[in-house]
Design a protein around this ligand. Structure first.
Ligand code: GLC
Length: 449
């Protein structure tokens, strides 16, 4: 670990004020609050799972899943040369998809850093022949294409000796046992890397943590074990507008700016990750989702979700007042699978026409109904009909409806105001249409949840 010795000293010098701040409740800065609003307005981002694991074509958990010893797994790095990687080609597709930000795996559970780090040799510059700073190239491409750059960062590490005691995973790595002094060293390493990421690549929209669930003790007294508050304070001290999110599947911890849900819209738990994720009030929400089953490139996974399914999921997420972070897993050569690109472009085409009903909206004051969901802006309610019926009830009371029109063509949609709300008589839904939208204009602004 090159030049690692000076890091504890630097951190020790910075630790005083940070430790004091940890005792205080977290008060987000004005810059942070503005960043939260911009984040909410964005509604759609692209997740990118890419690392040396992509060469194995078996997802990002391949080392663990195939029980590969770390010393052997590490050798993948020496063969990682994604000759077709072009950051600008990626960002151009993501922009056309209508996404406003990307979240890139700067370091996943295998511990390989996809950026130039001075605190570990196990990184793209030192351990691979590619010697190009992927995070740096993405930061530049994002700036050129007007996308925000968010960074995924794994707390969990399957290979380092100082990740000790081990958690529930990473036991097949064959690493020597550490001792009680290790954990502090590992925390210093994380803080040093976070400092690099937030110093060397311009504005970072969000640090997206993942993996503390590996040591479940984190659920009680998590601050002591993972020292999260100190990390969060460090992030906010380096870039106060940088949002902090943690995929721990729990209500947010002190110091976090957004709440993350995995594979389900907030409030649902069909995939089994959100059993304990009660929605935290007052923070932006984000749901991450795969485009096929896997996150990282999987050569045998062909079960892509259809463009219609993805559009409907985006609409459902927006209906819950949440962003969708939709994942792609680039191939080892650096290209994006065509099947993913086609779906992203289809979403972009849809958003070009219907984006007004998604971007900059709030989750609708009408909760999910059997026919679909709603989004809203001021006195406008967008009724998203996902399951067609000849007539539907939109339960808004005590607010005069001025007009109801089809978003598609501006034609009037017949309605009547009854005791329980508004009854809309819907026109036919065109075949293959993922979402029939009716725009309702009310006299007064609609309540925000
Ligand atoms: C899970 C997986 C991880 C993936 C993440 C994305 O935490 O462990 O591989 O990166 O979900 O949400």
């Amino acid at each position: 670990m090159k030049r690692f010795a000076i890091i504890p000293l630097i951190l020790a010098l910075c630790a005083g004020p940070i430790l004091k701040a940890q005792e205080q409740p977290y008060v987000p800065s004005a810059e942070n609050l503005a960043a939260r609003e911009a984040f909410k307005d964005a509604r759609f981002g692209i997740f990118i799972h890419w690392g040396i694991y992509s060469m194995m074509g078996d997802g990002e958990w391949v080392m663990e899943r195939q029980q590969i010893p770390y010393d052997e797994y590490k050798r993948l790095a020496a063969g990682f040369y994604p000759s077709k990687f072009d950051a600008r080609e990626w960002t151009s597709v993501f922009k056309q998809a209508g996404a406003k930000y990307i979240t890139f795996t700067s370091r996943h559970h295998d511990g390989f850093s996809m950026f130039a780090t001075k605190v570990s040799d196990y990184n793209i510059m030192d351990a691979s022949p590619f010697k190009r700073d992927i995070v740096g190239e993405l930061a530049k491409a994002c700036a050129e294409d007007g996308l925000k750059l968010h960074l995924y960062y794994s707390h969990l590490d399957w290979g380092r000796n100082d990740y000790y005691p081990l958690g529930t995973t990473g036991h097949s790595a064959g690493r020597p046992e550490g001792d009680d002094t290790c954990w502090g060293h590992y925390m210093e390493f994380i803080n040093a890397q976070l400092t690099e990421l937030l110093t060397n690549y311009g504005p970072i929209g969000c640090i997206w943590f993942d993996g503390i669930w590996d040591r479940m003790k984190a659920q009680k007294g998590q601050d002591k074990l993972w020292n999260l508050r100190a990390q969060y304070d460090l992030i906010h001290s380096l870039q106060s507008g940088c949002l902090v999110g943690n995929n721990h599947h729990l209500p947010i911890f002190e110091g976090e700016d957004i709440q993350i849900f995995e594979k389900d819209v907030p409030g649902k738990n069909t995939a089994g990750f959100s059993g304990t994720s009660k929605i935290s009030a007052g923070v932006p929400l984000e749901t991450c989702q795969t485009i096929y089953h896997n996150w990282g490139y999987n050569i045998n996974d062909y079960e892509y979700k259809s463009p219609e399914t993805l559009i409907r999921f985006l609409v459902q997420t927006a209906g819950k007042g949440a962003n969708l972070l939709l994942n792609v897993g680039p191939r080892p050569d650096g290209t994006l699978p065509e099947e993913s690109v086609n779906r992203l472009l289809a979403m972009g085409k849809w958003l070009e026409k219907y984006g007004e009903t998604i971007y900059g909206t709030e989750g609708g004051c009408v909760p999910e109904q059997s026919w679909g969901v709603t989004t809203q802006k001021d006195n406008i309610l967008y009724v998203h009909v996902l399951n067609h019926a000849e007539a539907i009830l939109v339960p808004v009371k005590g607010n005069k409806l001025l007009s109801a029109v089809s978003f598609e063509n501006g034609e009037k949609v017949p309605f009547s105001q009854v005791g329980e709300g508004i009854v809309l008589s819907l026109p036919e839904m065109a075949e293959g249409c993922p979402d029939q939208i009716v725009t309702l204009k009310f006299k007064n602004s609609l309540p925000v949840d």
